[in-house]
Design a protein around this ligand. Structure first.
Ligand code: SAH
Length: 356
């Protein structure tokens, strides 16, 4: 046994490690230790969730955005993006189709679009809540006021995804313009939890300037914050952004981190994301084998799908689409899993810690 194996063993047994040891695992990673960690993470996923993979229907309902994140293809300054907005009726039609296909969670994701005032968005959430009482509603619409988060929760939203993008302030400032604030984003996450949302955070893997030290801080933040869900995926450059020439993050490192996150937070809901599926054709299956237990196929109408381009080459026509649940089921079966027709709620009971 090498020293890294001993550390991996300890992580699998105790679900935590000192920062120095996490750093050693990240900096010293190699194919063998990656396999070893993935086996442990997959076994843990199996123990907690069995072979059932939760599916979420992703509805990308607007690509208008007032923010200007340096990495993102739908940033305000990208004049080449063709902007669109789905109507309330469009969104309900997506849910209708999703329900028929077996989805019991709808994720409404979009840019930070001022058109969707609290009044408009709560109206949409209420309509989905009334029409699909046995489904979970997840929102992923960025930073809003506490009152807004509260109103949306009261209207029937259950979950909220807000990636923190990086747990290091200086690195956050490298990825975002000065108008965006690290503390404010972290504060949003704390507020969301306090209101009662099942809360998801997450970060991009291999974003410009990211170091192994940053990754240790990501893992420490996750362990401290104890989110219900963690979304990670490789950073992938978009040609019409300031980061067009930056190298992308790799599927390998993303898979490695998925395993580490499963072992740190055994019950966490962990998606194998679209970005991972874009970076590697079999990325989602490999994500499941590395410890992930959620996939989020696209339910947006085909006519808008290519316009929600966060990064180049985003997959959008093939088997990642919700319409191809049968292909997805086959892919999941190839790694010994099956798709669950259920809300797939978090097993994590809300605990009170310093972050509340
Ligand atoms: N406006 C919402 C949703 C953002 S899109 C919000 O602020 O939360 C969802 C996620 O896509 C982002 O949080 C970011 O982590 C990821 N993303 C954006 N651009 C990307 C890129 N170029 N490569 C990989 N992931 C990207």
């Amino acid at each position: 046994m090498t020293e890294l194996h001993t550390l991996a063993e300890q992580l699998a047994a105790e679900h935590d490690l000192p920062d120095k040891a996490l750093h050693a695992l990240i900096a010293g990673r190699n194919a063998e230790i990656q396999r070893y960690l993935a086996q442990r993470a997959e076994a843990l996923r199996q123990k907690i969730y069995g072979n059932r993979i939760y599916i979420r229907g992703l509805i990308e309902f607007t690509n208008h955005c007032k923010n200007d994140c340096y990495y993102c293809g739908i940033r305000r300054s990208n004049g080449k993006a063709q902007r669109y907005r789905l109507t309330r009726a469009d969104i309900l039609a997506c849910c209708e189709e999703g329900y028929r296909l077996g989805f019991r969670t709808f994720v409404l994701q979009g840019g930070e679009d001022p058109y969707f005032t609290d009044e408009r968005l709560t109206d949409i959430v209420r309509a989905i809540r009334a029409g699909f009482p046995d489904c979970a509603i997840t929102l992923s619409v960025g930073e809003r006021s506490v009152q807004s988060y509260r109103a949306l929760f009261q209207a029937g939203a259950d979950r909220y995804l807000l990636r923190h993008e990086t747990a290091t302030k200086a690195h956050y400032d490298r990825l975002h313009p000065p108008a965006m604030d690290f503390e404010r984003r972290m504060d949003c996450l704390r507020q969301l939890r306090r209101i009662g949302y099942q809360t998801g955070c997450g970060f991009m893997v291999g974003s410009p300037g990211q170091t192994d030290e940053h990754l240790v801080r990501e893992l420490r933040f996750l362990k401290d914050f104890q989110p219900h869900m963690v979304g990670i995926g490789p950073f992938l450059p978009h040609a019409d952004t300031p980061f067009r020439d930056q190298p992308g993050g790799t599927a390998e490192l993303t898979l490695y981190l998925l395993s580490l996150i499963r072992l740190l937070l055994p019950e966490v809901l962990l998606p194998a994301t679209t970005a991972l599926g874009t970076a590697a054709g079999d990325g989602r299956e490999r994500g499941i084998r590395a410890g992930a237990n959620v996939v989020m196929p696209n339910l947006s109408p085909l006519s808008v799908r290519q316009k929600y381009m966060l990064y180049d080459k985003k997959i959008f026509t093939g088997e990642e689409s919700a319409q191809c649940v049968a292909c997805l089921a086959k892919r999941m079966a190839s790694v010994g899993c099956e798709i669950a027709v259920s809300r797939g709620d978090s097993l994590i009971r809300t605990q009170h810690n310093d972050f509340y």
